[in-house]
Design a protein. Structure first.
Length: 260
């Protein structure tokens, strides 16, 4: 009897340890160099720097700056529109609150973290000072846009260039794309061939690039070429009512229905 009780106790401890280990792993999966998954849903851009450690999170409602600098441990600024450079992908944000003023510059330029060695696609510069100070602290670091998590799904085409699509417009089935917002990649079916590529995401900007496809010959009248061209011409999007609408300044290009 004692041996049986000892065995049951040992078994319960093993199960408990496995359960705890699983929870720890799940927690790690929701955190990255640029913050938790919740942060990445709330903020469209996150930047970090070292020596001294600092971070900035850009959101539609506010901009949050944190650091180890005395008097600047945590500052909240109201969101503002970017000042954009004419000849380069550079955005500048000038923000102020009751106590402090900052200028935040985001430049599309490969950037390496000075401690971890991780490579990011954007360089970030921050000049920040309390309103009682004469000179601003100048900080530099790296950053990344947090791709809209709502894109992460499987989408089947409903409309192409303003017209509803039918199976007869394609080979066997309607075109579809599966977007991986974590890796900024997509794959799918163009209506005749398998397709894949990358997505480029910034606030209010979405592009499908580096599109490649298999080389299967398509039947006459197949609209795959029109579909891929519209995909490549996309610059903006909207999501609502289980639909993904892709557009550019000329108008609506594609409408997809969520199927996953």
């Amino acid at each position: 009897m004692k041996k049986l009780l000892y065995f049951l106790l040992l078994l319960s401890l093993i199960v408990a340890c496995k359960s705890t280990a699983g929870k720890t792993s799940d927690t790690k999966n929701t955190t990255s160099e640029y913050g938790t998954q919740e942060d990445q849903m709330k903020y469209y851009f996150t930047g970090t720097g070292n020596e001294p450690f600092w971070g900035v999170k850009m959101g539609s409602e506010n901009i949050e700056f944190t650091s180890l600098i005395s008097g600047k441990e945590k500052l909240i600024f109201p969101a503002t529109e970017a000042i954009k450079a004419m000849d380069a992908n550079v955005k500048m944000y000038k923000v102020t609150n009751e106590t402090s003023t900052a200028t935040i510059t985001i430049q599309q330029l490969e950037c390496q973290n000075s401690m971890s060695g991780a490579i990011s696609p954007y360089k970030v510069a921050v000049e920040i000072k309390n309103n009682t100070e004469l000179t601003a602290a100048k900080l530099s670091g790296c950053g990344n846009y947090n791709t809209d998590y709502r894109l992460h799904d499987i989408w089947v085409l409903e409309e192409l260039n303003g017209f509803k699509v039918f199976l007869t417009d394609f080979q066997k089935e309607l075109p579809r794309i599966e977007i991986n917002s974590t890796e900024n990649k997509f794959m799918g079916y163009g209506g005749c061939n398998a397709i894949s590529g990358s997505i480029f995401y910034e606030k209010d900007l979405l592009r499908f690039s580096k599109v490649i496809s298999t080389m299967m010959a398509c039947a006459s009248g197949n609209k795959e070429d029109q579909f891929i061209k519209a995909l490549q011409n996309t610059t903006s999007y909207s999501i609502g009512d289980n639909r993904l609408t892709l557009s550019n300044p000329s108008g609506k290009l594609l409408v997809f229905r969520k199927v996953d």
